[in-house]
Design a protein. Structure first.
Ligand code: ATP
Ligand code: MG
Length: 398
């Protein structure tokens, strides 16, 4: 008997039900926009007053992520609750789950929050997923540093919790480097990962429904700059069909093992010898999946709505080649000047296939994600050409 036949099937939550989201950032904003387009009402729980998602949601519950009264208000109003960032306290999701359907659940989120739990989980899935993470070792005390084997160096020391956009990471060549880095990070538990020879980086976006059915989007190829996602190109120009299929199958095996409901994105490395290594997962829509808004039949945000509302998952078909460029606060500043000016959006929007998404943040700062641009075109070459033209307008080295 299939898994779906064993689980009780909750009825769908149809519009105009309320859907709740933990977190008020840009992912929550784009989620709210997708939900509202389908006729849902959206409530956001977020401690800050003016936030990207709060600007568009019908209700903003201004409360800390672990505030019991705030959580109970969200649960009482909503037919289902989701999260837009992985550092939401897993206990908060568990509290919500006592009275409302929560997707993803606290378990999936807690595994993704903790690099040690995540690596263990990936290793445990390997017989089914066919992929392993990078060789690694937990560094929690001096003895662990003394016991580092030579083949883990050079490596990257990463904090176990709260890392994002390359923050909480130090590249290390020797045990002395590890020691210094461990001390500089306040001796919090870290993970030492062997530095691998990357040919390129890819991500796979999947969604799994309450009934155990899952869908998988085309493979995306990601370029990072200074630890932050710079561009996503889909279909990935360097990815062989074999690697793409392997990564897609691995992602579906991983979400099934996790018993996950909702959208989840898995990052993989493709090494110079062509082999595939699983890096990390995000239990939510992902920056590398933003292209789905403009280039796929069902966006990753609509897919999250469908999964949490127990609706059938949508068609993941990509109808146009796509290149996504993150827009950081840097483009508001000319050279080293510190007075911000608005970029020439009218020139960007004159380019064929341009889709501009700005997140409503009124305080541009360097390295802050302010929005993104997706170029869609019949061919990848055309989309890339428009992206290059946009980079020239924005003063970004393409
Ligand atoms: P984000 O949340 O923005 O995806 P992060 O801060 O959680 O990033 P990782 O994705 O683990 O951290 O690492 C950031 C980048 O560092 C990777 O995209 C990759 O370019 C590089 N990197 C990480 N681990 C390794 C490794 N073991 N070998 C080589 N490069 C690595
Ligand atoms: Mg990453």
């Amino acid at each position: 008997m299939s898994e779906s036949k064993l689980k009780p099937i909750l009825p769908a939550a149809n519009p105009p039900a309320w859907l709740g989201v933990m977190g008020g950032g840009q992912l929550g904003r784009m989620f709210a926009q997708a939900a509202q387009a389908m006729g849902y009402q959206v409530a956001v729980l977020e401690p800050s007053q003016d936030c990207p998602a709060g600007q568009v949601a019908q209700r903003l519950v201004n409360a800390d992520y672990s505030d019991a009264a705030g959580l109970d208000a969200l649960a009482a109003q909503c037919a289902a609750v989701t999260t837009e960032f992985e550092n939401v306290p897993a206990d908060s999701l568990s509290r919500l789950a006592q009275t409302v359907f929560v997707a993803p659940d606290g378990h999936g989120v807690s595994v993704a929050q903790d690099r040690v739990a995540e690596k263990r989980f990936f290793v445990s899935c390997a017989p089914k997923s066919g992929v392993l993470p990078a060789p690694h070792k937990v560094i929690a005390a001096q003895e662990d540093i003394d016991a580092i084997s030579d083949d883990l160096l050079p490596g990257i020391l990463k904090t176990v919790r709260m890392g994002y956009d390359g923050k909480g990471q130090v590249r290390v060549k020797s045990r002395a480097d590890v020691q210094a880095a461990f001390e500089s990070m306040g001796k919090v538990t870290c993970l030492l990962e062997k530095m691998l020879p990357l040919a390129y980086e890819v991500s796979v976006l999947t969604a799994r429904g309450h009934d155990g059915e899952s869908v998988v989007y085309p493979i995306a190829e990601n370029v990072h700059r200074d630890g932050i996602l710079f561009t996503t190109t889909v279909p990935g120009p360097n990815v062989s069909e074999e690697s793409a299929l392997k990564a897609q199958k691995a992602a579906q095996a991983i979400v099934a093992e996790l018993g996950y409901v909702g959208v989840l994105c898995i990052e993989f490395f493709v090494l110079t010898d062509g082999s595939l290594v699983v890096n990390e997962m995000a239990p939510r829509p992902h920056n590398s999946g933003h292209y789905t808004i403009d280039a796929c039949v069902t966006s990753q945000f609509e897919q999250q709505v469908r999964a949490m509302a127990r609706l059938p998952l949508g068609d993941v078909r990509q109808h146009s080649a796509a290149v996504m460029l993150n827009i950081l606060g840097d483009v508001w500043f000319e050279g080293d000047r510190d007075d911000a000016r608005e970029p020439a959006w009218h020139e960007i929007l004159a380019l064929p296939g341009a889709n501009l998404h700005l997140y409503g943040k009124d305080d541009p700062r360097r390295a802050r994600k302010m929005g993104h641009l997706t170029f869609i075109a019949p061919t990848l070459e055309q989309a890339q050409q428009q992206l290059n033209a946009a980079c020239a307008v924005l003063g970004i080295a393409a």
